[in-house]
Design a protein around this ligand. Sequence first.
Ligand code: FAD
Ligand code: DHB
Length: 389
Amino acid sequence: MRTQVGIIGAGPAGLLLSHLLHLQGIESVVLECRSREEIEATIRAGVLEQGSRDLLIETGVGERMQREGFVHHGIELSFGGRRHRIDLTELTGRSITVYAQHEVIKDLVAARLAAQGQLLFEVSDVNIADIDSERPTVSFAHKGEAARLECDYVIGCDGFHGVSRGTIPHHVRKDYSRVYPFGWFGILVEAPPSSHELIYAQHERGFALVSTRSATVQRMYFQCDPHDKVEHWSDDRIWAELHSRLENDDGWRLTEGRIFQKNIVAMRSFVATPMRHGRLFLAGDAAHIVPPTGAKGMNLAIADVRLLALALVEAIRNGKQEGLERYSDTALRRVWRAEHFSWFMTSLLHSFADASDFQRQLQRSELEYVVSSRAAMTSLAENYVGLPF
Ligand code: FAD
Ligand code: DHB
């Protein structure tokens, strides 16, 4: 097989890249190791920045998001028994959209298949070779048969545990990493929304987050031991924990419901540099991870491939390499801003078991500053809604 752009991974990064290239008349093949059913059912992110939303609409895959997603103009920070609203739209002129990542995936898969895009599910043994040459190749197995894809460019969109990043030789790579001493316990609940807007809560028992999915399904998270097991958490124990972390003085109370999904995710910050070697380019979680507190991961994946699509079009159509040469440096500027913001939100809102009393006072001071200073609030808001591309 031959294609212009070989893409490993059908997450938001890989699928959107394939879609953007198709709109510019460039063909690609997407290789995904899981099944279509699995990628369309994996529960992950929920918040789209204004720029991500605009891009999906402009490129014709935002119709269902516009119908079913929720536009939010603010978020709430809860601490010390009180909730404080940050008016994102008043401060920045922008807003966010709550629309689940797996719904974005469904919309992109449908668009690629409707356009006869080449999307191969359940491939295995993916191996990238010759990235230093003009003709990199990807070998893999599909439906029991060995196959080989010759490409002009290979794009690693295969997430944190994928194979692409490892193809870049160690001597040219520098990785940066931080592992947090806690994880997030996530639940899906059959209940009406408890709040019009997302609530990010700091509490001495740990962080909690109230988000939403629809009029009847709610998404909530709370800080937990990353090595804990979901079996240790009965529904009653989960509700007790959420109620105590979200306690407040104004009588507001979280609405309970049937919990139908529970999972635990570990939290880390990670950046691999450079995001390019030869004709291999990395995008999304394959190159960087943020802790989810800033709601940045999917948005960064989208920003990476937007940039990469522009650069690939210039290179393939007009023979201009500058965009591809600048890709890693340009993408990393946004990546590091999101890394900092995600670390900041995580530090601001979580309980650190080893924090001294002094550090706890600093955290409280920072929270009070963020909800009382317009300058501090604006800084948080402009990062949260997403800086312009
Ligand atoms: P992925 O979505 O990981 O996709 C990679 C794909 O590659 C997968 O389908 C995988 O099966 C495939 N693959 C892997 N290895 C191979 C291989 N060897 N061969 C072929 N295919 C392979 N982000 C936000 O922006 N907002 C949020 O609110 C948010 N909340 C989050 C909450 C949680 C609990 C979690 C876990 C994450 C959250 N994120 C959030 C992060 C977001 O989900 C990720 O950043 C996003 O999925 C990255 O997209 P991607 O396409 O780069 O990678
Ligand atoms: C959701 C996830 C996040 O990481 C976040 O910061 C806000 C909302 C969500 O899944 O709805």
